[in-house]
Design a protein around this ligand. Structure first.
Ligand code: DO4
Ligand code: MG
Length: 276
């Protein structure tokens, strides 16, 4: 089942049909029984079919949640980070965190910094080397339960990140530095290891970059990332956690204004954003 956020509630999609559900989004995504709740609503037949106009009103699936991110959870990310930070003498940090027990976890965004499907993402003006990072995002309740999955784009300024690891918050957190959507996939079972993540970057009529990975390449389990994130750290409205990127375009690539970024994770859908 999929949940899309609209301004006064949610659209519940099952078997390619969308029903309208008037609800409070913060309360909904914090339900420990989210799967059973929406399955029950669906089978009760109480919900009206959604008006087709709602299709154009899909919002980012976030209201009051924080967005956090894990880093260097894929070998490809470790290698790219080591290369970009080599001159700063910081490559060792990335190598060490890849194998350490404690993961890299960092604050990424609040809702006002997040773009929904079809909304622009941004490159910060003091950066010249930028990439999207296509990531599986976990939807976690205030109690620390993973109740759903969405797609995240962890927009990153590689020159700022590579210059000094202490600049990471500036490389990662700025207005519209994150995109989430298009929906929340609510399942009883986590996406399988063979689930593919695909990144397509389109420039004009051409493909500027295509890359794929699978969740099998993710070195840590979602549960272990959540366990570290919630240690002595509370999230009264729940949280989104991006699980890291396994796709990094080659070093000569940088995003440009007008590029279209398409991230597909098959069971969830495709998140599309243009660079402002
Ligand atoms: O350490 C820098 C951030 C890495 C990251 O965002 C990722 O691996 O996805
Ligand atoms: Mg990332």
């Amino acid at each position: 089942m999929k949940l899309y956020r609209v301004h006064d509630g949610a659209l519940l999609e099952r078997d390619e049909r969308r029903h309208y559900y008037k609800t409070d989004w913060d309360q909904l995504v914090n339900r420990e029984d989210l799967f059973e709740h929406i399955a029950g609503l669906h089978s009760s037949g109480e919900l009206p079919l959604a008006d087709e106009n709602y299709g154009s009103q899909i919002l980012a699936p976030i209201v009051s949640q924080e967005v956090w991110a894990a880093g260097v959870t894929y070998y490809r990310s470790r290698t790219a980070r080591m290369a970009e930070s080599h001159d700063a003498g910081a490559d060792n940090f990335y190598d060490r965190v890849y194998t350490a027990d404690r993961p890299e976890l960092f604050f990424k965004a609040t809702a006002h910094r997040v773009s929904g499907p079809g909304q622009p993402v941004r490159i910060r003006r003091d950066s010249r080397w930028n990439v999207p990072e296509p990531e599986l995002a976990l939807v976690i309740t205030r109690q620390g339960k993973i109740v759903g999955y969405t797609i995240g784009n962890d927009m990153s300024s590689r020159d700022i990140e590579g210059e000094n690891p202490l600049y990471l918050p500036q490389a990662k957190v700025y207005d519209r530095s994150c995109a989430l959507g298009p929906c929340i996939l609510v399942t009883e079972k986590a996406p399988a290891a063979e689930t593919q993540i695909q990144l397509d970057i389109v420039r004009g009529h051409d493909s500027a970059f295509v890359g794929t990975t699978t969740l099998a390449q993710l070195k840590r389990t979602p549960e272990s990332l959540v366990e570290f994130l919630y240690r002595d750290n509370s999230f009264p409205q729940g949280c989104f956690l991006l699980t890291g990127t396994g796709i990094v375009p080659p070093d000569h690539f940088t995003l440009q204004s007008g590029d279209e970024i398409r991230i597909t994770i098959e069971p969830i859908g495709t998140l599309i954003n243009c660079v402002e």
